[in-house]
Design a protein around this ligand. Structure first.
Ligand code: AMP
Ligand code: MG
Length: 474
């Protein structure tokens, strides 16, 4: 008997040229690795039912659950600045949407669910590593308060996926407030399909800016959401790694955790992705890339915007919006509640010193709150000099040191998903041991507190443990 889910599908009702309808391709031997009970409940789904063999069969793509209307979405995009006229869901299938008890609409998508008309040379599959990585990082991002797609489930397929070597296959269930990307608009614009573009704008507004009506207002909303999102990434030392326009959402959620990474030692130009050879998506370049991507969105929307100047005006807000958001994030990180002229200089001075010392991005801010930051610097005098300026600035703030520490501990995480821990969890998972994966997920649910028993997960990697390269999820 197949499982029924309370689907309410709206994307499937858009014109046929928006997608290809097809079912996932079944896998040999599905087995549940993880099911996110809390997320299932918040979506109004029956977690117990999802854990039954019928539920797992649905999460593996072996049966299409009742009410689903499976489809692969079409989109285009700039990949590393180069134009790709047709990308689309090459290894993902949208099962449909559910309306959560909160009234919000969410997409439920299987990733690694077999080939689609957009697979090009790919097999439509995913191996276990990227599935575990996306599960860990997207749920950690959520717990850290960052807008993100979510992880509902991970299932192993019992099949082998061939990359450089044969690897175990897996299917990931992703939940998102939508999967509309900058590249979705670019697709219709590049086809000179103004009607399609109009339908997409109306649809995107209905999902993300229900009180707005125009393409220009949609653009404005996306600009604001992305300014906020990227500032939050910066505050966590997060490097997305593949900010192609097809990997930037209209919702303002982080999407497509491929070669992403949280930095250990801080360097503004840090790059992890094995294919980002020119550092286009380096840590400190992320705001500029976001602006570039938003300009591509504006270009795509031009047929629906009164004048080029209108679009330009909206895009031009981004640098200031970003700076404001960034300052808000980083002021809180060093315990400032009020805003003063020199705060930006104080922060940049600190980060220059962090970079020169290669201090750990996460632990240094956490240590600031407890007055132990000095120990994090190889050259302590470099810190002491800044510490004097910081104390002078703190003297201008109200509030007790205790409250300040509590505020700082609520904004500076004690633990983030460090690369080497993710890699260790994946390695164990490939060997059939999911305990490290579950432990890491569990601890990352409360990233602002850490028991002694889990302190190992907060430690930076040793020299031998450092992960220098990350890879796309393919
Ligand atoms: P990404 O940048 O990793 O999000 O992927 C870029 C494009 O490649 C998207 O259209 C994906 O659907 C497609 N793609 C990635 N991996 C595969 C795969 N294994 N099989 C088919 N298509 C893929
Ligand atoms: Mg993508």
């Amino acid at each position: 008997m197949s499982l029924d889910l309370p689907f309410d599908n709206s994307y499937a009702a858009l014109p046929e040229r928006f997608y290809s309808k097809l079912a996932p391709t079944p896998v040999a031997e599905p087995s549940l690795i993880a099911l996110n009970h809390a997320l299932a409940e918040s979506l109004g789904l029956d977690a117990k039912a999802l854990e039954t063999s019928d539920g797992v069969a649905a999460l593996a793509g072996n049966v299409v659950p009742g009410g689903a209307d499976p489809l692969a979405q079409v989109y285009a995009g700039h990949q590393f600045g180069g134009w790709s006229p047709r990308l689309g869901d090459g290894r993902a299938i949208l099962l449909g949407e559910v309306i959560a008890p909160s009234g919000e609409r969410f997409d439920i998508q299987l990733k690694g669910s077999g080939p689609t008309p957009y697979s090009r040379m790919g097999d439509g599959r995913s191996w276990l590593g990227p599935v575990m990585r996306e599960y860990i990082v997207s749920e950690a991002m959520h717990a850290l308060g960052v807008p993100t797609t979510r992880a509902l489930a991970a299932v192993s397929t019992g099949e082998t996926v061939v990359r450089d070597e044969p690897l175990p296959g897996a299917v990931f269930t992703r939940v998102a407030s939508s999967h509309i990307r900058v590249g979705t608009f670019q697709y219709f614009a590049s086809q000179n399909d103004v009607e399609g573009l109009e339908a997409l704008v109306a649809y995107a507004l209905s999902r993300h800016d229900a009180d707005k009506t125009s393409a220009l207002e949609l653009l404005d909303g996306v600009v604001r959401r992305q300014a906020r999102l990227v500032s939050m990434w910066m505050g966590l030392g997060f490097i997305h790694g593949v900010m192609n326009t097809d990997n930037m959402t209209i919702s303002g959620e982080t999407i497509d955790y491929g070669p992403c990474a949280f930095m250990d030692a801080y360097h503004p130009l840090k790059v992890f992705s094995s294919i980002d050879s020119h550092g286009r998506y380096a840590f400190a370049r992320q705001p500029d890339v976001a602006m570039w991507n938003l300009a591509q969105l504006a270009t795509a929307l031009l047929p629906l915007i009164p004048t080029v100047e209108d679009a330009q005006g909206v895009i031009d807000q981004f640098p200031d919006l970003f700076r404001k958001e960034w300052l808000g994030v980083f002021r809180a990180k060093i315990g400032l509640r009020t805003e003063m002229e020199n705060d930006s200089a104080l922060l940049h001075d600190f980060m220059d010193r962090m970079a020169a010392n290669g201090t750990d991005f996460t632990n240094i801010f956490r240590a600031l709150g407890s007055g132990r930051a000095r120990d994090q610097f190889a050259d302590r005098e470099v810190y002491d000099d800044w510490d004097r300026k910081w104390r002078d600035r703190l003297a201008l703030e109200d509030g007790s040191p205790e409250n300040r520490k509590a505020d700082m501990d609520a904004t500076n995480p004690a633990v983030i998903p460090r690369n080497h821990r993710i890699e260790q969890a994946i390695k164990a998972g490939v060997a059939g041991d999911y305990a490290p994966f579950h432990r890491l997920n569990g601890v990352l649910q409360s990233p602002f507190e850490l028991s002694e028993a889990n302190e190992d997960l907060a430690r930076p990697p040793s020299e031998e443990e450092i992960v220098h390269r990350t890879f796309c999820g393919t």
